[in-house]
Design a protein around this ligand. Structure first.
Ligand code: NAD
Length: 498
């Protein structure tokens, strides 16, 4: 078995892992450090479509025996893999912060969520995946949860580790095999972690290839692949559905979000802890999270005071700068293209005459000017259908808008093709009642973003935010097909003439 050594020195070079072997690539690409783009965090392999095909073939071959293994064996192997990741977590967190740009506390948070859900999957595998046998006066039924086959997992750059491990753990525990492709914008940590996990399993059970869209296209169209677990943008999700159609693959799509946050008339604007929570939930990971408050609707009777208190909290809690410093709460944008897109939305707002306010503090202007940094930005007075409101910004800008009454707030919140998460803030029972009318997979009360994620419950979107769920028991069941064996007591139809 090949040992993975977590290297703390940079730049490091990672490689594909196919059929139990590290595969040295002929071509590597640099992953820049977005806080210091002149520095390279490490090199990732630009794998070929042939590499992807070999990985799929290996997974297909391994499936023949892996699907027959005892669940206890899978649980034991996955537990060892989790323990190994846990032992190496400090080095991995540093690398994640460096290649992504997220501050250390944020990278630690991602590692915590990754470990937490993998552990949840191990602890619940027996309950969720075991066969059950029921017998009553109508007959006997055996309900089995069969693995689906080769799973292609494709993940985005914003939470590269969590959004990959949440797929790996349930898929392998259920008896599937997998080929994973992470995003080129944060490929290093997830490649190392996948190798660490893969080493604990037979060759071919878990494979990783890196690359651009063409690798993703192979992984989503190859006929040997039976399931696609994808997290990324809605536009890519549309391509994937088409790719999957020819061979009717099982798909889970976790797509974009443009999450509304509603502040009811009875929200206490003087609640400083709540203000801190909302500011952090707007700009955590620099706003580059699918499940973050991206459209803020505030009742008109509290709007002015809300904006004033929000600005105070934002200027106090948003400290933009070097992700390796403990005091930093907001790092750079992950890549230049995303930075330019967010700036384009702000420019569009400026041209429309909306009020633009930059918030937060920058300790070191030279450092700031050198990286892909920008000030967190609040847009006031935007039209409900303006670009900054209607498009997923996926970066450090957020509009704050007014609403008249609960019905108006619900109408505005639901006026989107997306429906991932959402939040309602105010007196608890009132907020729960308004939440019932929001079109979303998750609605959080008096919190938002990752703070409101409970990995024991299903997570996912409605409308064009996706299909299927991750996390919780429902998320684990996405990796199995049910197979019912019926032994009815009455074996003939009663009305067939004798
Ligand atoms: P993206 O869709 O551009 O890329 C995601 C992954 O798909 C990458 O690995 C990419 O290389 C790959 N890919 C690109 N084209 C492909 C194709 N044609 N076929 C197959 N794979 C292809 O997304 P991104 O920019 O990396 O991530 C940001 C988006 O992800 C945002 O919209 C965000 O809301 C969404 N997201 C959703 C969730 C969720 O749980 N719903 C979580 C995180 C991020």
């Amino acid at each position: 078995m090949t040992e993975v050594t977590i290297k703390t020195e940079t730049p490091l070079t990672v490689n594909a892992y196919i059929n139990g072997e590290i595969v040295e690539s002929e071509q590597h690409e640099p992953r820049e450090n977005p806080a210091k783009p002149q520095e390279t965090a490490g090199y990732w392999p630009l794998n070929s479509v042939d590499d992807a095909k070999r990985a799929i073939d290996a997974a297909d071959e391994a499936f023949k025996s892996w699907k027959k293994t005892d669940l206890n064996e899978r649980i034991e192997r996955m537990q060892k893999a989790i323990d190994k990741v846990r032992e190496n977590q400090n080095d991995l967190v540093k690398l994640l912060s460096e290649e992504h740009g997220k501050p250390l506390y944020d990278a630690e948070g991602e590692m915590t969520v990754s470990l937490m859900f993998m552990q949840y999957a191990v602890d619940n595998a027996e309950r969720v995946y075991s066969e059950t046998v029921n017998e009553d006066d109508r007959g006997k039924n055996v309900l089995r949860h069969e693995p689906i086959g080769v799973v292609s997992a494709i993940s985005p750059w914003n939470y590269p580790l969590a959004l990959s491990t949440e797929k790996i753990a349930p898929a392998l525990l259920a008896g599937n095999t997998m080929v994973l492709k992470p995003s080129p914008m944060a490929p290093l940590t997830v490649t190392l972690v996948t190798q660490l996990i893969a080493e604990e399993f037979p060759a071919g059970v878990l494979n990783i290839v890196n690359g651009e869209a063409e690798i993703g296209i192979e992984l989503t169209s190859n006929e040997k692949v039976r399931k696609i677990a994808f997290t990324g943008g809605t536009a890519t999700g549309r391509h994937i559905m088409k790719s999957a159609a020819d061979t009717i693959k099982n798909i889970t799509l976790e797509l974009g979000g443009n999450d509304p946050a509603i502040f009811l008339e009875d929200f206490d604007v003087n609640d400083e802890a709540a203000m801190r929570r909302i500011v952090i939930s707007n700009f955590l990971t620099g706003g580059q999270i699918c499940m973050i408050a991206k459209r803020m609707y505030v009742h008109e009777s509290i709007y002015d005071e809300f904006v004033e208190k929000y600005m105070e909290a934002a200027n106090k809690w948003l400290r933009i700068g070097d992700p390796t410093l403990e005091e930093t709460t907001v790092g750079p944008v992950n890549n230049k293209q995303q930075l330019e897109f967010v700036q384009e939305l702000i420019e569009d707002s400026r041209q429309n005459g909306y009020e633009i306010r930059e918030v937060g503090k920058v300790a070191d202007e030279d450092f700031f000017n050198n990286g892909y940094f920008m000030y967190p930005t609040v847009v006031l007075g935007a039209d409900y259908d303006s670009r900054v409101v209607a498009e997923e910004q996926f970066g450090p800008v957020v509009p704050i808008l007014k609403f008249r009454d609960d019905e108006h707030a619900i109408e505005l919140a639901n006026d989107s093709e997306l429906g991932l998460t959402s939040s309602v803030w105010g007196e608890e029972e009132h907020a729960i009642e308004v939440s019932r009318h929001i079109e979303a997979g998750v609605t959080m009360v008096n919190t938002a973003a990752i703070q409101g994620l409970d990995i024991r419950y299903p997570f996912g979107g409605v409308k064009q935010s996706g299909i299927g769920r991750e996390y919780g028991e429902e998320g684990m069941l996405e990796y199995v097909d049910s197979h019912v064996i019926n032994i009815p007591k009455q074996k003939d139809l009663p009305h067939i003439p004798q």
